[in-house]
Design a protein around this ligand. Structure first.
Ligand SMILES: O=P(O)(O)O[C@H]1O[C@H](CO)[C@@H](O)[C@H]1O
Ligand SMILES: O=c1cc[nH]c(=O)[nH]1
Length: 234
């Protein structure tokens, strides 16, 4: 147990899907898993373990932002022997070719965050996912006849900007913005574990279209199915 997670070690599976929203975790667990068990209520950061096609898998919220996913993912990797974390998030589109509900796969995460520098003197401004997990997710998407767009993510500490899109995100060819993948990939690197991130486009910073809070909780089924399918190949 940790200050943030009441689970015993054997209550969490080797692979964990992590949405930012704990209620998205609850929705996916209750709709797609059998034999589910809620292993964490601390701070309402709900976590569930169940079976997907007969294989154990866990789904737990990460909260919003790098400090929050930094805590939960580090504890999962170091205290719970978790091997793989797949973030299943929402993101804002930075390019016109992405529509609401498109699903994107992080091939890298660029950030101005000091998370990696403060955590382990890692000065890299780009962090990378596991290529094996990305391949598993792409295989699942193909089997499900779903598009999964690989692209670079801007992982930001900011949701509300005074000046619109961060010019650094454009200079670094980022196609979407979200708030956690950089820290997750860094934690996987320092702990010798695996991480990946897929996100559903919840809004567009180009067209200003946006989904509702309810849709962000319960309407990202394509992403959930790709992540669950991919977990079978991890
Ligand atoms: O929907 P989630 O997974 O929380 O992801 C995105 O949504 C939150 C902001 O609304 C941030 O956490 C961002 O990364
Ligand atoms: O971090 C995020 C997530 C969704 N949409 C945004 O604009 N930013």
């Amino acid at each position: 147990m940790t200050p943030h997670n009441q689970a015993k070690k054997d209550e969490i599976a080797n692979t964990v899907l992590m949405p930012g929203d704990p209620l998205r975790a609850k929705y996916i667990a209750t709709h797609y898993l059998t034999d589910i068990h809620c292993f964490n209520h601390v701070r309402n950061m709900l976590g569930y373990t169940g079976l997907y096609q007969g294989r154990p898998i866990s789904i737990m919220g990460s909260g919003m932002g790098m400090p929050s996913i930094g805590i939960y993912s580090y504890e999962l990797y170091t205290q719970y022997d978790v091997d793989t974390i797949i973030r299943i998030g929402s993101c804002g589109a930075l390019i016109p070719s992405l529509d609401l509900f498109d699903v994107v796969l992080a091939d890298s995460a660029w950030s101005r965050s000091t998370y990696a520098q403060e955590q382990s003197h890692d000065m890299d401004t780009i962090q990378y996912p596991s290529s094996a997990i990305n391949q598993a997710l792409q295989r699942a998407a193909k089997e499900q006849n779903q598009m999964l767009h690989p692209c670079r993510f801007h992982s930001s500490d900011i949701f509300y900007y005074e000046d619109g899109i961060d010019s650094g995100a454009i200079e670094n060819q980022c196609a979407v913005v979200e708030m956690e993948s950089f820290a997750l990939f860094h934690n996987a690197k320092v702990t010798g574990k695996k991480a990946a991130c897929i996100c559903t486009v919840s809004d567009s910073l180009v067209t200003q279209q946006e989904t509702t809070a309810q849709q962000r909780e319960t309407a990202f089924d394509t992403m959930a199915q790709i992540a669950l399918g991919g977990s079978l190949y991890v």
